[in-house]
Structures are given as C-alpha cells and as structure tokens.
Design a protein around this ligand. Structure first.
Ligand code: BDR
Ligand code: CA
Length: 313
C-alpha cells in the first residue's frame, strides 16, 4: 500500500456484519465516495439504517443512498438474518443514527458519481447486485467510467452457502442482477465464497485485535456475536469475513497472490442450481474471460489491513 496512492471507492453493500468490517476497512485505507445500499442480508430498512450507523460511528461524511428493496425478478427464497441477526447488526439495539440517508436512489447515484469522476472510482460490490444491474440497464456505458469492479459473490467450485446448494448468497439472492452485471462488465475481480473460507482468521488472534482496538473494534465485537455463533455451529472454522476479503482486493490489488482469468456466468434456471456461478475453467465455450477469479491473497497483508481498520495495528 505504501507505494500506492489512496484508492477511491464506491461501495454497494447490504450491512451485514462482514459488510461492516469491509466498510471500516474502506474508511481506514481509502477515500469513500458513497455507500449505495441493497436489500440482502436483511431488508432494505435495516441495511440503510445500518449503513447510517456505520457513518455515525466513523464520524464520516460518506453519503448513504438507499437502493432497490427487492431483487429484479423473483422474490428471494431466504435472507441471511439467521447469520447477521434480525436487524443485520447482531440485534444489539443501536439507537437511531443521526446521519440521514440521501434522497437520491442508489442506481442513480452510481451513475452520477461515475459521470462526475470518470475513470477514478473502484466499484466494490458486497451485496446482491440489484442496484448495479438497475444502473447498467439505465446506462450500459457505466463500465467505461469505472476504474475497476470488485465483486464479492459466487462459489466457483459449487460449495455454496445458501439453501440452494451450489449458490452463494449475493448471487443466489438476485441471480438475474448478477447475470446482468457479469454480462455487462468486460472485466471484474471476483472474490468468491470459497476464497473467503481459505482466508479465515485465527479466532484467538482476531480476539486480540478486538481487545487492542479502538471504538471501531468495540463496535465490531458487539455486532459480530450472532454471526460468530452461527459460523461456529456450522463447521466454519476461524473468523470468516467475505466482504472484508473483497475489500482488501479492492483497496490493494497487489495483495492477490493467485488468480485465474475465466469466463463466469450465472445459472438462472436449474432445478438444483439456480444462482450458481458457472466458471468455464477449461475455456471450452470460447467466450472471452470476464472475471479475474481471485484464489489466494497474502494473508498477513490482509490481516494488517483489518487490524488497522479496527484501530489495533
Ligand atoms: C455474502 O453474503 C452476505 O451474507 C455477506 O454479507 C457477503 O456479502 C457472502 O456470501
Ligand atoms: Ca454483504
């Protein structure tokens, strides 16, 4: 990071516990142009409020743009309240945040901000891709104005984390939106669920960061309870933080130590596979690669980025 200038990020998010950690990282390491908010982990009312709570905590002036309250086509089968808590933030019961949401809809804000700052902003997608898909349908030239797109989504060898076995949550919640985004962007970094599992943090080490950190660590320790208990009860070892990993790649792409450029598509039908990400690993279809599938990152540098975001490093 030291040799790089500070990246400029535009974050689409559905906070969400791991979104919260990612947003803390973004504000510690980058300039954040805005949070466009999606429904996903929990309903839009909660995700917008949680984004505002984070902006309050950080004392930042980051605008919060409310997005679409439902997926593009089909109602979702499930949300992720059972992981993140009914309010998406561990049911701690935070007071009403002071920072208001902006009047502008998320999709319109994505278009406006990228028009105002063409080529400057890295788009970081940490949620179902509904807002991005809407923005792309309104203005298909959006990819030309974005510096990079980093997506947390997919399960590239089919180990999903939803009731639909091969599907990962963000893609499985709104497969049509993911399809629009994957088809429209000529190139994006894909940080999938399986990479997340390979980059979990040691529990005792993470607890030391929480103990050593400042109010951001205190906050994260509070919201993290339900997700931690869920993961421990479901065979997920260590501290799993999907959106934090994607954020690390967005902030500093040189952290990636192994990746493969492949064509990735989304299954929209499928009796057993709706929402699956289908990677053409062998290049048989002849489609140009659209995704840089991130397989490994430098774990020590990832850890250092998280520690600093918690005020512990
Ligand atoms: C993704 O789904 C959500 O529950 C998390 O916030 C993350 O964005 C992981 O599959
Ligand atoms: Ca998320």
């Amino acid at each position: 990071m030291s040799t790089m200038s500070k990246p400029h990020l535009l974050i689409d998010t559905d906070p969400g516990v791991d979104d919260a950690l990612a947003i803390l990282m973004a504000h510690a390491h980058a300039d954040v142009a805005g949070l466009s908010v999606a429904a996903g982990n929990v309903g839009l009312g909660h995700t917008v409020r949680n984004a505002r709570t984070l902006v309050d905590l950080l004392g930042a002036d980051t605008p919060v743009f409310p997005g679409c309250p439902s997926p593009l086509v089909r109602a979702p089968d499930e949300d992720a309240a059972f992981v993140h808590g009914l309010d998406g933030f561990g049911d701690v019961g935070f007071p009403e945040p002071a920072v208001p949401a902006a009047d502008e809809a998320a999709a319109l804000a994505l278009l406006r901000l990228t028009r105002e700052r063409p080529g400057e902003l890295t788009l970081v997608a940490l949620a179902p891709l509904t807002n991005l898909a809407l923005a792309l349908r309104l203005d298909p030239t959006l990819p030309q104005r974005v510096k990079r797109l980093v997506v947390m989504g997919g399960a590239v060898t089919g180990h999903g984390n939803t009731g639909k076995v091969p599907a990962e949550f963000n893609v499985g919640f709104d497969p049509e939106a993911a399809h629009v985004v994957f088809e429209s962007f000529p190139e994006f970094d894909l940080v999938d669920w399986e990479a997340t599992l390979r980059h979990a943090f040691d529990e005792a080490e993470f607890d030391r960061w929480l103990a050593a950190g400042d109010r951001r660590a205190g906050f994260f320790g509070q919201v993290f309870g339900t997700a931690r208990a869920y993961n421990a009860g479901h065979g997920r070892h260590g501290i799993v933080a999907a959106d934090a990993l994607a954020m690390a790649v967005a902030i500093d792409p040189s952290i990636v130590t192994r990746s493969e450029r492949r064509h990735v598509a989304v299954e929209l039908d499928g009796r057993l596979t709706r929402g699956a990400t289908v990677v053409d690993w062998a290049g048989r279809l002849g489609h140009p690669a659209n995704a840089n599938v991130v397989l490994d990152v430098d774990q020590a540098r990832f850890a250092a980025m998280v520690r600093r975001a918690l005020g512990a490093g």
